[in-house]
Design a protein around this ligand. Structure first.
Ligand code: FMN
Length: 344
């Protein structure tokens, strides 16, 4: 075992290994940072009611996301600047995901040529798009990702502008210096504050790749998404880095699943820390979960190997949680095994 067994200890260990400015950037939330904490604790507001009397000798954690097979319903969320954690950076994450059989979502913010990351492994990868106010820049980003072989475009819709952050990006000069020290030469830090449904539809119509909207919390937005070219949504509040005090994804999820009404796939991220959280999310109707900070901490501690170990742990924990709750197929988790704590 090269990484600690719980994410809080992983964070503490990683903190010792990376620069203060990198730690601040990774750990930061916006405003008073309530959502960073609540995202994690909100999962515990769903209690598991395990089923008994089930033969659980054979457990299948595999599933598909937009038709792509993955070995477990967990994949890596787009996070900027992985090289601040470890020299393996995005390339190490790509190889770790490939080894475990899951999908990496590569952030626009890295500034890396998507082709170089695509070439790091044979596994399917998705590209996260920060749109730009200049449509030509947006289109060029999508086209490069498509040419590089990325299989979906994840458009982040919760970042028309950066949330107020008193940590992390507060000292932009020091942050840019740190990027330079880590040889991150082409950081992308532009956003699109005119990203309305018309523009989203235009981006979707311009590419043959399926489009996923990341940062959905309101059920009405989930209802609209498929009418504007989206094939899936990610319930997310950007890890508490944008609208602080927004409803935790763990609690927003059921209404979004209802509104999606089976027309599009629904994924969730924010505070997913164990296989039990993944089980909860699946029971609440998510097709899969994404993890952010946990893999950054694992990367900081042990590079590619650390991320692989973390992903393998998620898979083992999910299999264990499924066995303990009488579930054998990750694609068909019984919704009745999860119940709101407020009922008790
Ligand atoms: C350091 C860091 C950088 C991030 N960069 C991006 C990004 O470039 N694009 C994006 O859509 N989301 C970004 N996110 C949000 C993640 O994709 C994800 O929504 C969030 O981290 C999930 O919450 P968790 O960290 O609690 O797992 C970032 C998050 C962190 C922690």
């Amino acid at each position: 075992m090269t990484i600690p067994t719980d994410v809080r200890s992983m964070e503490a260990a990683a903190r010792e290994l990376i620069s203060p400015v990198a730690y601040a950037y990774y750990s930061a939330g916006s405003y008073a940072e309530w959502s960073v904490v609540e995202n994690v604790t909100a999962w515990s507001r769903w209690y598991v009611r395990p089923r008994m009397g089930v033969n659980v000798q054979s457990i299948d954690t595999s599933t598909t996301i937009l038709g792509t097979p993955i070995s477990m319903p967990v994949f890596t969320a787009p996070c900027g600047f992985n090289r601040l954690a470890h020299d393996d950076g995005e390339f190490g994450v790509a190889r770790a995901c490939a080894a475990v059989g899951t999908v990496q979502v590569l952030s626009t913010a890295t500034g890396l040529d998507p082709k170089t990351v695509a070439d790091a492994s044979d596994a399917a990868k998705w590209f996260q798009l920060y749109a730009d106010n200049d449509a030509a820049v947006t289109d060029e980003r999508v086209a490069r990702a498509a040419d590089a072989g990325f299989e979906a475009v994840v458009i982040t819709v919760d970042t028309p502008t950066l949330g107020v952050r008193y940590q992390g990006l507060a000292d932009v000069v020091e942050f840019l210096n740190e990027l330079e020290r880590k040889e991150v030469t082409n950081p992308v830090l532009t956003f699109c504050d005119r990203l309305d449904w018309t523009e989203l539809e235009r981006i979707a119509a311009n590419t043959t790749l399926p489009v996923v909207l990341k940062g959905i919390l309101h059920p009405e937005d989930a209802r609209r998404a498929p009418d504007h070219g989206a094939s899936a949504v990610i319930v997310s509040n950007h890890g508490g880095r944008q609208m602080d005090g927004s409803v935790p994804p763990a609690l927003a999820l059921p209404d979004v699943v209802d509104a999606a009404d089976g027309r599009i796939e629904v994924y969730v991220d924010g505070g997913v820390r164990t296989g039990v959280d993944v089980l909860r999310a699946l029971a609440l109707g998510a097709r899969a979960c994404l993890i952010g900070r946990p893999y950054l901490w694992a990367l900081a501690i042990a590079g590619e190997d650390g991320v692989r170990e973390l992903l393998e742990r998620f898979k083992a924990e999910l299999a264990n949680a499924m066995a303990l709750s009488g579930q054998t197929d990750a694609k068909a988790i019984d919704p009745s095994i999860v119940v709101s704590a407020s009922k008790y």
